[in-house]
Design a protein around this ligand. Structure first.
Ligand code: ATP
Ligand code: MG
Length: 390
């Protein structure tokens, strides 16, 4: 596919293989199905969120090389919704000319946060100061240098803040260090940020790059709680952050959509927190808020279709529906009639049959004329529902 794809056959529809059938895989699949494309999912869970909207489900671990090859056999192109995908197995497939986007090399770079930060630093992109930690003495020394508080992070297999430890004082060091067992870790300077933002950036084969409107993110207990668009940042920060985000994707020199998370410090410096080589939770707002969703833009990149510049249609707020603390198991969502009586409000339920503390079960998106109005509407919407244990 060297030139932009111009024809879609409905007799032999293109087949997209997705590693991971969580909510992101599901929303990619939903967009693909709108264009009558076929979707094949690989996920370890038989009733994963995407299972209800895909054409074929391969139940296997994300790392299972045989099953990844099987996924390739049933698909024309492979993408992934999680960093846990097996970059080595994907590299092997790619070496046989199998199309995988974003490339297994980007996945490899990004799936280890330390390697990712090194890559950004080497490309002169702004990241908080960081240092690999190999012993507790190392950590004590760096803590004095970085000053308190500081972050200790696992390089791999962490999400929703689960691999992060905020070290508040010297006395926290032993417990923080030991909490990681033998995992690869690094220390990172704590950024006293005034705003946390993210930008979705798509790049196609031709090198065309299109950015989504910048989102402002509010985390609670290390998990994304609310995304507000437009972000409350100055035009200068907006422009600078957009340039940085485009540079990240230009340096990756790859095809696909990327979520770039950033901090805006109290001194108005911008630091990149991390990159996601896939649609991102903070980009879900684009389904209702933009002229194109992050999922459609992603599909366009991997199929070599034209990209368009996403426009913000109206101020938009997205709120995650998270599993409440203290219980795991079957659940119901109560308050649907109240929620669905609210104008310009949409609920997305991912179809996870079990809840656990902080688990992402769905999200609510509200739009409106002014951001203030939408903030109020989204709080009202969120408070109108309740998660009840069965
Ligand atoms: P996610 O899956 O939500 O992206 P994660 O496990 O990859 O989370 P990070 O993105 O590293 O974790 O951190 C989660 C949150 O913790 C950040 O969004 C931010 O609010 C806070 N955080 C992380 N690093 C720093 C830092 N250096 N300074 C200040 N806050 C930080
Ligand atoms: Mg993050």
């Amino acid at each position: 596919m060297s030139t932009l794809l111009d024809e879609i056959s409905l007799h032999h529809p293109l087949k997209i293989g997705i590693i991971g059938g969580g909510q992101i895989g599901k929303m990619i699949a939903q967009e693909a199905k709108r264009m009558s494309l076929k979707v094949v999912i690989l996920d370890p869970t038989k009733n994963c969120p995407a299972s209800t909207v895909c054409d074929k489900l391969i139940v296997a671990d994300f790392k299972n090389e045989d099953k990844i090859r099987e996924l390739a056999k049933y698909s024309d192109v492979i993408t992934y919704e999680i960093e846990l995908a097996n970059s080595e197995a994907l590299k092997n497939l790619e070496s046989k000319k199998y199309p995988i986007f974003p490339s297994p090399h980007s996945l490899y770079l990004i799936q280890n946060k330390y390697r990712q930060k090194k890559f950004l630093q080497e490309n002169k992109l702004p990241v908080p100061e960081f240092k690999k930690i190999t012993s507790i003495n190392d950590l004590s020394f760096i803590a004095e240098k970085f000053e308190y508080p500081l972050m200790l992070k696992a390089s791999e297999d962490s999400y929703d803040g689960r691999g992060n430890y905020l070290i508040k004082c010297k006395e926290d060091i032993p417990i923080a260090y030991n909490s990681f067992d033998n995992r690869e870790i690094f220390a990172e300077k704590y950024i006293d940020f005034k705003t946390e933002i993210s930008i979705m950036v798509a790049r196609n084969k031709k090198g065309q790059i299109e950015t989504f409107p910048i989102a402002e993110n509010i985390h609670k207990n290390n998990v994304l709680d609310t995304t507000l668009v437009p972000a409350n940042i100055s035009p200068k920060i907006y422009k600078d952050a957009e340039i940085i985000a485009k540079n990240v994707v230009a340096c990756l020199n790859d095809i696909g959509i990327f979520g770039i998370e950033m901090f805006v410090s109290n001194k108005d410096d911008i630091f990149i927190n991390e990159i996601a080589p896939r649609p991102h939770n903070s980009g879900h707002y684009s389904i209702e808020g933009c002229s194109i969703s992050q999922f459609e833009q992603h599909i366009r990149t991997i199929l070599n279709l034209p990209l368009i510049k996403p426009e913000l249609l109206r101020p938009t707020v997205m709120k995650n529906i998270l599993g409440p603390p203290n219980f795991s198991g079957n659940y119901r969502i109560r308050g649907m009639s109240k929620l669905l009586s609210i104008p310009s409000t949409k609920i997305h339920l991912y179809g996870k049959s079990l809840t656990s503390p902080g688990r992402k079960l769905g999200h609510i998106t509200c739009t409106g004329t002014t951001l203030d109005e939408v903030i109020k509407r989204s709080s009202f919407a969120k408070n109108s529902i309740e998660i009840i244990v069965d």
